[in-house]
Write a protein that binds this ligand. Structure first.
Ligand code: CA
Ligand code: CA
Ligand code: CA
Length: 331
């Protein structure tokens, strides 16, 4: 499998200068019948992606372009800005990531707390379409204290090399009470899934999915049911090419705080009957820290996520990657 890896295998050499705790595979754990992720080492992306500040949610276009979140202060669009979206590209010849570029205004919004105290300039959780032309993300740029609406879902398009003024996805995607975030399209390119605290869920944040009618309006989002959603937090739904979805949850049964979980796509479409019971990706990926928001590289064989795990870390939260192997189906 490793000979077919896309770009990230070259990162190993880059990263060993600062992070040397990668462990070799453990056959005994596989023999024990645990999910196959457990023997897979977590690799830190290292600089220039990870910094002393926090790096967070990320996504890849098919050409390897990575869009990700950071609260780094040296490149923010404004002083005191909560988080911005950044773009970096990987050079296959040198095995190096480019220095991240702040996507700038208008994609990133500066703080506007004079308008409303909830408008902190918090732009994050990007998901980029495979063609690299569209980015969905969440922002607090239109947040309101009354009604309390901290987050909405936005989309920007690359037109003639420039990213457009982001547009809010209208109701029933964004609502005044649901704090919608973590948008992304499933592999069909048509089903938008996102997290929301709206009524009708299982508690806290749940994962909901919707499609557009022919006139472009979004259908009422459908809760993805109890195999995905629980009374705990669920968000950041992402699908691979093998029919698995991955998401973040702090439900009981994990390794502490937020963990990454997976479920298998059992039926066409989405909805409560579409998914198997969720299974935890196991230690290595999941730790007692916050382990969150997976993204797949274009080869579909390396998975990246972010964590504030203290063991291999440049400061705050960092972005990590590992080799992807599908987990066993939960009993
Ligand atoms: Ca960091
Ligand atoms: Ca929930
Ligand atoms: Ca965790």
């Amino acid at each position: 499998m490793r000979t077919r890896l896309w770009t990230m295998s070259a990162l190993v050499g880059v990263l060993t200068t600062g992070c040397t705790t990668d462990e070799p595979a453990s056959a005994s754990r596989l023999d024990a019948g645990e999910p196959s992720w457990v023997e897979l080492a977590a690799h830190n992306f290292g600089p220039p992606i990870n910094t002393m500040w926090s790096e967070g949610e990320l996504a890849f276009a098919d050409d390897g372009t990575m869009v990700f979140t950071s609260n780094r202060e040296d490149l923010a669009v404004a002083p005191g800005d909560a988080k911005d979206l950044y773009i970096a590209t990987f050079d296959k010849e040198t095995g190096q990531w480019s220095t991240p570029v702040n996507m700038g205004i208008p994609v990133n919004a500066p703080p506007a707390t004079d308008v409303d105290p909830l408008r902190l300039g918090d732009d994050r959780e990007p998901w980029i379409t495979p063609d690299g032309h569209t980015i969905f993300f969440k922002s607090d740029r239109l947040a309101t204290t009354a009604p309390r609406n901290a987050n909405d879902v936005f989309v920007t398009h690359k037109v003639d090399g420039q990213w457009s003024e982001p547009e809010k996805l209208p109701y029933p995607i964004s609502t005044d009470a649901g704090n919608e975030h973590c948008p992304m399209l499933l592999r069909d390119g048509q089903t938008l899934c996102f997290a929301s605290q709206r009524e009708g869920g299982y508690g806290g944040s749940d994962i909901w999915c919707s499609q557009q009618d022919e006139d472009g309006s979004w259908q009422d989002p459908v809760n993805q049911g109890p195999n995905i959603n629980t009374a705990a937090e669920e968000f950041h739904f992402m699908e691979d090419k093998d029919g698995w979805v991955y998401f973040t949850s702090n439900r009981p049964g994990g390794f502490g705080g937020m963990d990454i979980w997976a479920a298998q796509h059992l039926a066409d479409g989405t909805g409560p009957d579409a998914w198997s019971l969720a299974t935890n990706l196991g230690p290595s990926v999941n730790t007692a820290s916050a382990d969150m928001c997976p993204a797949l590289a274009p080869d579909d064989e390396t998975m990246a996520w972010f964590s504030n795990r203290p063991d291999i870390n440049w400061g705050g939260a960092d972005i990590f990657w590992t080799y992807k192997k599908n987990p066993e189906v939960a009993p």
